[in-house]
Design a protein around this ligand. Structure first.
Ligand code: HEM
Length: 476
């Protein structure tokens, strides 16, 4: 594996802003890096480079450029960068951070197959999601229309869907150990792109500096690892080989099958990393989407009103929503799509790297270069969107009110590394959102309007806010 480029811009490399000696452009990323990088693309071009403390990084902006690299040159842009932080966290193994290799192919295939297998009996699985939706709305009902912060409940409900596939079981909403693990993990998603983490990647010797957020990151990661190790042990108890009950069983079956294969990359350690990555990738993203959706419904009562009308028209007699209803509910679809576009849940995607030397727009990018995909710049690309900074579900509807797909819409990214949980996330978002709005009217406590400025991290989430979920009478 060639090391990340530590030299100054090599010949033919995309241009970019001048770096400050030693730390390069790290400080420029302190506030809203996705917005800063899009602005830089207006000066230096859709493809440009920045210096992250000596790590020369290429930034891709706008739909055309991202489609060219991730789709048309998919094979070339599929690696992950060997950053010291990732090396320390997952040794470049597991699934999400895994190098582009046989190990990644095998781990991705195994995860996709198990996700398909355990949710294949769609009806059964849908029933389980619906059950979770009911636990969720019942728990919200306990607040009796009084203000509460929905973060905790949404996180628990959403993570339970992934838990069903991974461990075959849900955790109750008062399971403190599970919640604590998710909180630590989620804090790490935030810290992973903090100034300290970027500094650690550039200067790994700061590991020995006893203070700083990187120490918190390591500490959290160690605690999460212990929890997952224990959970895997607990839930694999009583396993009968070749009769898997969940993802962990499938992994252990495969690991045993390949014990004599010297090329096998299945291991207890990689299982722990993969389970952790699947849980956090599935939870953090879907939870943030739903939390933004709730916030925007309360912020725009007229949009919420149209959602209520559609729910009442399609889901009659107070029955629970089903996936069959989805294609009859273009407005709900449009709202969820606009939340994904406007709120940019994973604004800079997950860092990529070139797996071979690349040529794009006349530039030369050596193998092993770190690549940032600015997904925010796709969703705010003026070539494809009118008034991108206006929240308007209408842009996903035609003049007859039918849902229309839009090309420059990549919340799940593109290419070989694109999100493997997209189908699951879409199912969850639809069922949780419609079940919630079928039962409640969402409004802010009188006299309050929360900020829509996001909390920064690898994912964008709303700052903590209070909301009132007032029971509504469904119009029959
Ligand atoms: C990767 C977004 C839900 C599992 C990704 C990537 C994005 C993304 C942008 C980066 C792909 C790249 O490297 O270019 C989202 C959003 C979600 C969501 C917006 C919800 C609204 C889920 C769910 C799961 C999941 C429910 C699974 C339970 C993963 C995994 C990867 C990934 C494992 C890494 C894939 C790889 O490296 O091969 N996701 N995701 N995601 N996502 Fe999701």
């Amino acid at each position: 594996v060639r090391q990340l480029s530590k030299q100054r811009r090599p010949p033919g490399f995309p241009p970019g802003p001048s770096p400050i000696p030693v730390i390069g452009n790290i400080m420029s990323l302190a506030t809203e890096p996705h917005v800063f990088l899009k602005k830089q693309s207006e000066i230096h071009g859709k493809i440009f480079s920045i210096d992250l403390g000596g790590i020369m990084t290429v930034v891709l902006n706008g739909y055309d450029c991202i489609r060219e690299c991730l789709y048309h040159q998919g094979e070339v842009f599929t690696d992950r960068p060997s950053l010291p932080l990732f090396q320390k966290m997952t040794k470049m193994g597991g699934l999400l951070n895994c190098k582009y290799s046989k190990a990644w192919v095998d781990h991705r295939k195994l995860a996709c197959n198990s996700f398909r297998y355990f949710s294949s009996s769609q009806r059964m699985f849908e029933k389980k999601i619906s059950e979770e939706c009911m636990f969720f709305v019942d728990a919200i009902d306990e607040h009796k229309g009084k203000p509460f912060n929905p973060k905790h409940l949404v996180t628990n409900a959403v993570s339970n869907i992934t838990n069903l596939i991974i461990f075959g079981q849900r955790f109750t909403y008062d399971d403190r150990n599970f919640q604590h693990m998710i909180e630590l993990f989620s804090e790490n998603v935030e810290l992973a792109v903090s100034g300290w983490a970027l500094l650690y990647n550039a200067f790994p010797w700061i590991e020995y500096v006893p203070f700083g957020k990187h120490q918190k990151l390591f500490h959290n990661a160690a605690e999460v690892y212990d929890f997952l190790q224990q959970a895997i042990k607990t839930f694999s108890h009583g396993r009968v080989p070749h009769i898997p009950r969940h993802y962990v069983d499938v992994y252990l079956d495969e690991m045993e099958l390949k014990t004599k294969d010297p090329r096998s990359c299945y291991s207890h350690e990689n299982l722990i990393y993969s389970v952790g990555e699947l849980i956090i990738a599935g939870t953090e993203t879907t939870t943030n989407t739903l939390r933004w959706a709730m916030l925007y419904m309360a912020l725009y009562p007229n949009i919420q009103e149209r959602v209520h009308q559609e729910i009442d028209r399609v889901i009659t007699n107070g029955r629970a929503p089903t996936l069959q209803d989805k294609h009859k509910m273009p407005y709900v679809e449009a709202v969820l799509h606009e939340v994904l576009r406007f709120c940019n849940i994973v604004p800079l995607g997950i860092f990529r790297a070139t797996s071979q030397d690349a040529k794009v727009n006349g530039y030369t990018i050596p193998k092993g270069t770190m690549v940032i995909t600015n997904l925010y710049s796709v969703h705010f690309d003026e070539k494809y969107w009118n008034d991108p900074s206006v929240f308007s579900p209408q842009r996903f509807l035609d003049s007859n009110g039918n849902f229309v797909r839009r090309e420059a819409f990549l919340p799940f990214s593109l290419g070989r590394r694109q999100c493997l949980g997209e189908q699951l996330a879409r199912m969850e978002m639809f069922l949780f959102f419609t079940t919630l709005l079928q039962r409640f009217h969402l409004q802010f406590p009188p006299g309050t309007v929360p900020t829509v400025t996001p909390k920064l991290g690898m994912t964008l989430q709303p700052k903590p806010y209070s909301i009132c979920a007032v029971r509504r009478q469904q119009k029959l």
